[in-house]
Unconditional design. Structure first.
Length: 244
């Protein structure tokens, strides 16, 4: 009896991790988190914008070698939600349109050149690279099918995100479309705490006003009762209080 052997290929496995740390130092980590969380905030009310940090992106089905993990990436047109990795063919074949990279001393020039080629090849429209140690910002914008250097980058406004980049002498500042600066976790907490304290003080003032109003009402009610009681006594004495 002849036995038939199956010739099916094993399923391709797409790892959720490349084994590399998200950041090499606290400064790089702080910038990655700040950009990612502020973009989350910017698109909090838009269910069709996906923002991720340090997530492996696989652009080609069947090829688990072609992948990279941008420090931060934004995909306009894809729903929010948890993912182990970003498999482009499962996402309406939409690549991340915007990516951010934060340099650390461990990043080699050859590595960053490969990333630029990767982003250019696989459809990124805007790429921003910031070196916090040197306080240097670079950017690339897709023009005529290729990622072209943004010059000048000073006061640049992202065409897709509408956020503004302002490179000062000390550091990079990024602003929301409404002009509010990107905040760190600590600054967000401090502002929330200040707002909470102001709200508590307003509540206490409102409570005090309510208490004073209640006391005034009670005094007026007591005075009216005393006046009615006096008027009643005068009538018992044969005196019309209206004639007094």
């Amino acid at each position: 009896m002849v036995q038939l052997q199956t010739t099916s290929q094993p399923a391709v496995i797409y790892p959720d991790s490349d084994g590399k740390p998200m950041a090499d130092n606290t400064k790089q980590f702080r910038w990655i988190v700040a950009i990612k969380q502020n973009l989350d905030w910017l698109f909090a009310d838009d269910a069709n914008v996906f923002v991720a940090g340090d997530l492996l992106w696989y652009p080609v089905e069947g090829d688990n070698k072609k992948c990279t993990a941008p420090d931060v990436m934004v995909v306009l047109g894809r729903p929010k939600g948890d993912r182990g990795s970003y498999k482009q063919w499962e996402e309406d074949n939409l690549p991340p349109q915007i990516v951010f990279e934060i340099l650390s001393p461990g990043n080699r020039r050859a590595e960053m050149s490969r990333k630029l080629l990767f982003y250019d090849r696989f459809g990124v429209d805007e790429y921003y690279l910031y070196d916090p140690d040197k306080n240097e910002l670079s950017g690339w914008l897709r023009r005529e099918g290729f990622l072209d250097v943004i010059e000048p980058i000073a006061d640049w406004v992202s065409p897709l995100l509408q956020i503004k980049f302002n490179l000062t002498e000390d550091d990079l500042q990024i602003f929301h479309p409404d002009g509010q600066r990107f905040l760190s976790y600590v600054e967000i907490y401090q502002r929330a705490e200040a707002e909470s304290q102001r709200a508590q003080k307003e509540y206490q003032r409102a409570e005090a006003e309510s208490q004073r109003a209640q006391e005034e009402y009670q005094r007026a009610e007591d005075a009216e009762k005393r006046a009615n009681l006096l008027a009643e006594k005068l009538r018992e004495m044969g005196i019309d209080p209206e004639q007094i």
